[in-house]
Design a protein. Structure first.
Length: 348
């Protein structure tokens, strides 16, 4: 099974975030649907901006479980594993700079984000039938976007960006987390090291790898309408502690919205697809080998509503889970605050 927690990233007027995964690496790099409601291809007017996304998924279930058919165990990627439940809250403060300068005919900007995650994990030990649980706060990997370029072509906007996730989170699969290797929950299938010596289990807050994500944003903006698509492709480095290699992932967030006066109404949707299986080096001399049933996918969709207080703005999104395979899946919602900080060095 592959995805088990939540991961992030960012890019202005196209902010990304964190999404639960499941295997040795707990988090997906891009937080599913976090850019819904934004003009994915555009940068804002010159200046500094503070963006804060408060993202909450109260009842994640891990999809990918074995069912018995005619006495034979059969793996079903879209069947929920009733032994594992996760609630996640991710707060993502982001600082964005729109420089007001041009490079290759495009507006230039940059951004940095430091997500913080709270996880509440509950799992049942199948061998004993006993439940274990644990709550944990922690910092995710720092996200740096050194270059955001946005071109304007009549009513169309096209944005390109390169994002980097650092290996500097609070806790990761390579950390001990006071792990108890004698517990049958120590290596719960699809979850890695979870059990602690205090009898609780914990979902760590970061990945033990680096991430590289090119991003393409497209927008059509006309007479209050915003039709946007934000595309991401993520590569992960190997985890040298667990000898695990996360498979490449494609993510996309979509928006159709209309702004009338101070109000914005619309519809958002997201998809996330892992395009290759994970790989693992068992130390048997055969090196890294593909792990079956570790490709994941999920799809959600829902309404959004925003209000511009001038100069600050708020937007609320709610997405319903449509389909999940080998991943954590549930409904989720996000509240985004955008605060202009001004431009202390105006470009004339």
């Amino acid at each position: 099974m592959k995805k088990f927690l939540m991961v992030l990233c960012l890019s202005l007027v196209a902010v990304m975030m964190v999404t639960p995964a499941s295997a040795e690496e707990l988090w997906d790099y891009h937080l599913r649907g976090v850019d819904e409601g934004l003009a994915a291809g555009a940068l804002p007017p010159a200046g500094f901006y503070f963006i804060n996304d408060m993202y909450f998924a109260p009842s994640f279930k891990l999809y990918g479980a074995y069912d018995t058919v005619n006495g034979v165990p059969v793996y079903k990627s879209s069947e929920a594993n009733s032994n594992i439940k996760l609630a996640g809250f991710i707060d993502v403060p982001i600082l964005v700079w729109s420089s007001g300068c041009k490079f290759l005919g495009a507006d230039y900007g940059a951004a940095i984000a430091q997500p913080i995650a709270f996880t509440s994990l509950r799992a049942i030990d199948e061998s004993t039938g006993l439940a274990a649980n644990g709550n944990q706060w922690g910092a995710y990997n720092t996200i740096i976007i050194p270059a955001i370029l946005s071109w304007k072509l009549c009513d169309f906007r096209v944005k390109g960006a390169m994002q980097f996730g650092l290996n500097d989170g609070t806790s990761s699969p390579g950390d001990s987390l006071a792990a108890d290797p004698t517990s049958s929950l120590y290596h719960l299938p699809g979850a890695g090291k979870l059990a602690g010596k205090d009898g609780h289990i914990y979902a760590w807050s970061s990945n033990d790898n680096y991430q590289f994500t090119p991003n393409l944003g497209l927008s059509w903006l006309h007479a209050g309408w915003n039709i946007s698509a934000d595309f991401f492709y993520t590569w992960y480095t190997k985890d040298s502690d667990t000898q695990y290699q996360n498979g490449d992932q494609f993510s996309a967030d979509y928006t159709i919205s209309y702004t009338c006066g101070k109000w914005t109404f619309g519809l958002g949707a997201e998809q996330q697809n892992q395009v290759q299986n994970d790989q693992f080096d068992a130390g048997d001399g055969f090196g890294y080998r593909s792990q079956p049933n570790t490709k994941n996918s999920n799809y959600t969709m829902g309404p959004l509503v925003g209000y511009n207080f001038g100069p600050c703005s708020l937007m609320f999104m709610y997405n319903f889970a449509l389909e999940t395979n080998n991943d954590l899946g549930s409904d989720w919602f996000n509240l985004r605050l955008v605060v202009p900080l001004g431009n202390p060095y105006p470009i004339h």
